[in-house]
Design a protein around this ligand. Structure first.
Ligand code: ZN
Ligand code: CU
Length: 492
């Protein structure tokens, strides 16, 4: 007896996510799994989709997101589905929704992601349950944030290294989160609430990672003049905790550091010889985070993305706002906070070089709670395929897809995903390689990409003919479901 097939994608250009060259083939879906990839001849199915001229690839994995809140309150996840993304990793840069249960509104940095107290919870399980109840359209895996752990354990007394008792308390909370399904620890040593933490503090907190193949992802202490020293610190934390290290949104900031990716990538390549390390990158020369003096000073231009006291300034140039307020841009900052911004402070040659480097994955770092977000939120993946692959030819299509799928699933321990192979989950993105492109800009950032034709999540069509179907079949991906896979991956 043969399984009833639900969908056959016919005559497609199949790019399997491993980096292998495209092949012409059909792909069949049965339930939530890929049933077969190959020439399916006259096999029949409930639905057949002609994919002549289209690429069928694994659904994209956005390894660097701040979608924690969006997954609960806007579960349609249109910014992601419209790019062909089927899985997001949340809890990055040291900021996660759990474990946190102090009374009152979440502190300032948490507000970047969590606008209200409902989106934080005392345990990983509570967050996972809320996300499952919301039934998001994409799958989600979650990291546990070092900054959140600090806020939970140390309250507002954060301008110092944690005591050994506090480190032990954070370690205990991390161990609990890992047990409940967190895939690892994220840190954001750049940000003031974590900046006072020493590397030894993070190593102490991260002790439970090695035993369960947890990851260590980091927004490093300094991505500008101190980028090399900060990478060395991150690598040391990875070595001493025994965790696979992921350098988040790798970049070299500020004009005097333009070109230094030659040096940083050489350092990372050497490190790969002795420890597991990978990195992610977004395809833009502007960064985005909270409004911060240091970054304003390094940027050639700053755009305000959200501004609680003066929402009318969203989307506008800081220099122009300062003129209007009759002060300097640096003087304007305290009057605008809490606020966020986009900063133009990278070199295109560095972005291109990092994107093509050996262990680079694509991650958007999109900020879905911003009123006037950086265009990376809606544009990252199609921009790589359209601008970097088709227009500039700096990556081969199958290589770009690998950095969005197979490499990402391996590095993050996401079992049964990221590669088109019979038996894997049917997370798929069907796109037109001749037209796929981002349309989101700094001026008009909330624009769906074009050329993404169909998206399947766990075998369910969430996006058909360029529009959402309303089906939401995403799952929470828990670490313990991937234990054997992780053990095997970490062994090589
Ligand atoms: Zn970050
Ligand atoms: Cu981030």
């Amino acid at each position: 007896m043969t399984l009833p097939l639900d969908v056959i994608l016919r005559n497609a250009t199949v790019i399997d996510g491993t980096g292998a060259a495209p092949i012409q083939a059909d792909l069949a879906i049965a339930g939530d799994r890929i049933h077969a990839v190959g020439s399916l001849g006259r096999a029949g199915a409930e639905a057949e989709i002609d994919c002549r001229g289209l690429v069928v690839a694994p659904g994209f994995i956005d390894v660097h997101t701040h979608d924690d809140t969006a997954l609960m309150i806007r579960p349609e996840m249109t910014a992601k589905l419209s790019q062909g993304i089927t899985t997001v990793v949340a809890g990055n840069c040291g900021i996660s929704g759990a474990p946190y249960d102090r009374p009152g509104d979440p502190p300032d940095l948490l507000r970047l992601i969590f606008k209200s107290a409902e989106c934080v919870a005392p345990s990983f399980e509570a967050i996972a349950t809320r996300v499952e109840r919301a039934r998001p359209a994409v799958n989600a895996a979650f990291l546990t944030g070092h900054t959140t752990l600090r806020m939970q354990v140390m309250g507002s007394d954060l301008a110092r290294t944690a005591t050994s008792a506090e480190v032990a308390a954070m370690r205990g909370l991390l161990a609990e989160c890992l047990e409940q399904g967190s895939i690892g620890l994220s840190s954001g040593l750049f940000y003031p609430p974590a900046r006072a933490a020493s590397a030894d503090e993070v190593i102490g907190v991260g002790a439970p990672l090695a035993g369960c193949h947890g990851l260590y992802t980091c927004h490093i202490r300094d991505e500008a003049d101190g980028v090399v020293e900060s990478l060395e610190e991150a690598l040391r934390i990875g070595r001493e905790t025994g965790a696979r290290t992921i350098v988040s949104h790798h970049k070299c900031m500020g004009e005097r550091n333009f070109g230094r990716s030659v040096e940083t990538l050489a350092l990372l390549e050497r490190a790969r010889q002795r420890q597991p390390v990978a990195w992610d990158v977004y395809p833009y020369t502007a960064a985005s985070t909270v409004l911060n003096e240091e970054l304003v000073a390094k940027a050639s231009r700053t755009l305000v993305t959200w501004c609680d006291p003066e929402p009318r300034f969203c989307g506008r140039d800081l220099a122009e706002i300062a003129r209007e307020l009759g002060c300097s841009p640096l003087e304007a900052i305290p009057r605008l906070r809490p606020a966020g911004a986009v900063y133009f402070l990278m070199d295109e040659a560095d972005v291109t070089r990092i994107l093509g480097s050996s262990a680079a994955m694509v991650g958007s770092d999109g900020l879905p709670e911003d009123q006037h977000p950086h265009p990376r939120l809606w544009g990252t993946f199609p921009r790589v395929l359209g601008h970097y692959v088709r227009e500039r030819g700096v990556l081969r299509l199958e290589d770009a897809v690998h950095r969005m799928t197979g490499l990402s699933a391996r590095s993050f321990g996401l079992r049964d995903r990221g590669v088109l192979r019979a038996g894997n989950r049917a997370d798929l993105c069907v796109f037109d390689p001749a037209t796929v492109r981002d349309t989101a800009t700094y001026e008009a950032p909330a624009q769906p990409a074009s050329g993404i034709r169909h998206v399947f999540v766990n075998g369910v069509a969430a996006w058909r003919d360029g529009a959402a179907t309303g089906e939401r079949a995403g799952k929470v991906l828990r670490r313990q479901d991937a234990t054997e896979f992780l053990a095997a991956e970490h062994a090589n």
